[in-house]
Design a protein around this ligand. Structure first.
Ligand SMILES: Nc1ncnc2c1ncn2[C@@H]1O[C@H](COP(=O)(O)OP(=O)(O)O)[C@@H](O)[C@H]1O
Ligand SMILES: [Mg+2]
Length: 158
């Protein structure tokens, strides 16, 4: 499954992410690909709103992991400085109960070999050059949750 949408503002990205957040369940892993300022944290803000956690998200740049508790817990992680299994272990990645919560992972490129098949990949890129607000956002999943994730963006895809 692979779906691409275009957003033209942070608000539109939050709205698309909110729709996805509505269908997110414990055990889901959302792995972002996309550079600095692409909109990964902005997307996660919408995701948390859709999960019923409120407008609570701030960047995990310094904390590496922010945990938001609600009906389902959201672990928002930053892998920018992670390389290899040792640093992944020392940031506590393997200590989180990712079966009872959902994870949203920025800079997931750095831990690609540790991501399971069920992972939902969200790729965000500037669609119209660096200074534009246009973003191309692609969701891609080859695991079990694919249809559920895709259903969130039904209204965008005609
Ligand atoms: N369509 C858009 N979607 C998401 N963010 C956008 C968009 N247009 C402009 N922006 C801006 O781009 C920046 C994205 O920052 P952020 O979400 O922190 O990115 P990242 O976490 O990928 O580094 C924000 O300042 C946001 O307002
Ligand atoms: Mg960020």
């Amino acid at each position: 499954m692979k779906l691409t949408i275009i957003t033209s503002s942070p608000e539109e990205t939050i709205e698309a992410a909110r729709a996805l957040g509505n269908v997110i369940a414990p055990g889901d892993i959302i792995a972002y690909k996309g550079g600095l300022g692409a909109g990964k944290t902005t997307f996660t803000r919408g995701l948390a709103i859709g999960m019923g956690l409120g407008d609570c998200v701030s960047s995990p740049t310094f904390s590496l992991v922010n945990e938001y508790q609600g009906a389902a817990t959201l672990y928002h992680m930053d892998m920018y400085r992670i390389e290899g299994e040792d640093s992944l272990e020392s940031m506590g990645f393997f200590d989180y109960d990712l079966d009872s919560g959902a994870a949203a992972v920025e800079w997931s490129e750095n831990i690609s070999s540790f991501l399971p098949e069920k992972t939902l990949y969200i790729t965000i890129s500037a669609a119209d050059g660096e200074n534009s607000c246009k973003r191309e956002i692609t969701m891609e999943c080859s695991g079990k949750g694919a249809e559920r994730f895709a259903s969130a963006w039904d209204r965008y895809i005609r």
